[in-house]
Design a protein around this ligand. Structure first.
Ligand SMILES: *Cc1c(COP(=O)(O)O)cnc(C)c1O
Ligand SMILES: [Zn+2]
Length: 399
């Protein structure tokens, strides 16, 4: 491991990276790796590179275990002129994270976390999740041949449980408060030598930086005005922001985009705190939204997202389930099928454009975090049509 420290996002206390430290022991806020100030992109053959290799200067690993990779990252950046025209903006792009090995961006964080876990000699990993992160950690645990614990909440639907179970982890439904389970898992991990790659642990954030790195490369380092991120725990948005910041430190780009934290109005603890000008996110009572993947009422990185939005001069926005479903349909009609949570950025751009916060000539990138096939119950909310006929009438009907 290179000589870098973990640093508390609030009080700046330093911790070594050769042990696991997930939260600051003084203020209980998340830790992150010190900012990279010097680095370049390894422009070798992208077909036999992993994301961790291409951006090796931005990771603390001295050597990289390629065997742990399932081919994550290097996802498409798709421009949609059609949607851009519909909502009255000149350039609109979608970073299509559905192309990852377990169909969500979580794989980028899992690969970075598992590299660290294996370097430290861990034989067991785990996570606490309601869906996408659970399948991701289970899949990478299977690939690495590590014992893997997945804690899910008690009422999880079979539709979500089975795609985790197929990788054969120790999958445990837990009855209890989800926010408490996050902290409890770290304690269990410490007692039993299990590395929990939870939603906002420092190495997961490091993996998410690669979304920003790829966007820079895909746009020829011509940085867009906004990056819009559907936010739950706050891990993804923190990673993306840090990625742009580090590329700027290294002179690869000359400005950073504004970061927009997009939440569902049925569970919007970060948006609520932002609007009330508070520096502390509190538990969102009685959450209810179709965007399950961003339904964490007690986001562990919530306060840090508020601090970041403040220095980054971005904003927070919340959209209703109705707006989310409408955006999911729009997105599908341009060829990209994201789950409801992944349609939240488009709904947010539409709203911010209507409010004239985003100007017509500005450019935005929406992060499409995971596939619509993960949550087929949302089909019911759309007016999906098909026709039927006998083969002998087909030609007539098509005419
Ligand atoms: C996990 C997840 C998010 C939110 O990411 P956080 O790091 O928890 O903020 C958004 N969309 C989907 C589909 C996810 O699985
Ligand atoms: Zn601290």
């Amino acid at each position: 491991m290179k000589e870098v420290n973990l640093i508390c996002t609030k009080c700046n206390k330093k911790f070594p990276i050769d042990k696991v430290h997930f939260r600051c022991d003084i203020c209980n806020e998340p830790l992150e790796l010190e900012e990279i100030k010097e680095g370049r992109i390894r422009k070798d053959n992208v077909f036999n590179q992993t994301i961790i290799e291409r951006y090796a200067d931005f990771f603390p690993f001295l050597d990289i275990d390629k065997d742990l990779s399932l081919g994550e990252g290097f996802t498409g950046l798709v421009e949609s002129n059609k949607i851009a025209r519909e909502i009255g903006i000149e350039n609109l792009y979608f970073k299509n994270e559905t192309q990852n090995p377990t169909w969500s961006f979580k794989d980028r964080g899992t690969i970075a976390g598992i590299q660290h876990a294996v370097k430290l000699g861990y034989k067991t990993i785990g996570t606490v999740s309601t869906g996408n992160m659970a399948s991701s950690v289970a899949a990478y645990g299977a690939k690495a041949n590590l014992k893997t614990y997945i804690f899910v909440y008690k009422d999880i639907a079979d539709e979500k449980l089975n795609p985790i179970a197929i990788y054969n982890p120790r999958l445990i439904k837990v009855d209890g408060d989800y926010g408490k389970l996050y902290l409890e898992s770290f304690k269990i991990g410490e007692e039993n030598n299990i590395y929990f790659i939870n939603s906002d642990v420092p190495f997961r954030i490091e993996g998410y930086k690669t979304i920003a790195f790829e966007i820079c490369e895909q746009l020829d380092f011509d940085i867009p005005d906004y990056i819009v991120v559907p936010t739950s725990a706050g891990g993804d948005i923190r990673g993306i922001e840090k990625g742009f910041r580090e590329f700027k430190n290294c002179g690869l780009i000359d400005k950073t985009p504004k970061i927009i934290c997009a939440q569902a109005s049925g569970c919007s603890p970060i948006y609520t705190a932002y609007k009330e000008k508070s520096d502390t996110v509190i538990k969102y009572e009685n959450p209810s939204t179709i965007a399950h993947a961003i339904g964490n009422p007690t986001p562990p990185s919530g306060n840090q997202v508020l601090r970041m939005i403040n220095w980054n001069r971005g904003t927070c926005v919340a959209v209703s389930d109705e707006e989310i479903i409408e955006a999911q349909g729009m997105l599908a009609r341009t060829g990209i099928f994201g789950q409801p949570a992944s349609a939240v950025p488009l709904a947010a751009v539409k709203k911010l454009r209507e409010e004239d916060y985003i100007k017509k000539e500005e450019r935005a990138v929406c992060i499409v975090t995971s596939t619509g096939l993960k949550y087929t119950a949302a089909f019911k909310k759309h007016n999906l049509r098909f026709e039927e006929c006998n083969i002998k009438d087909l030609s007539k009907i098509v005419k």
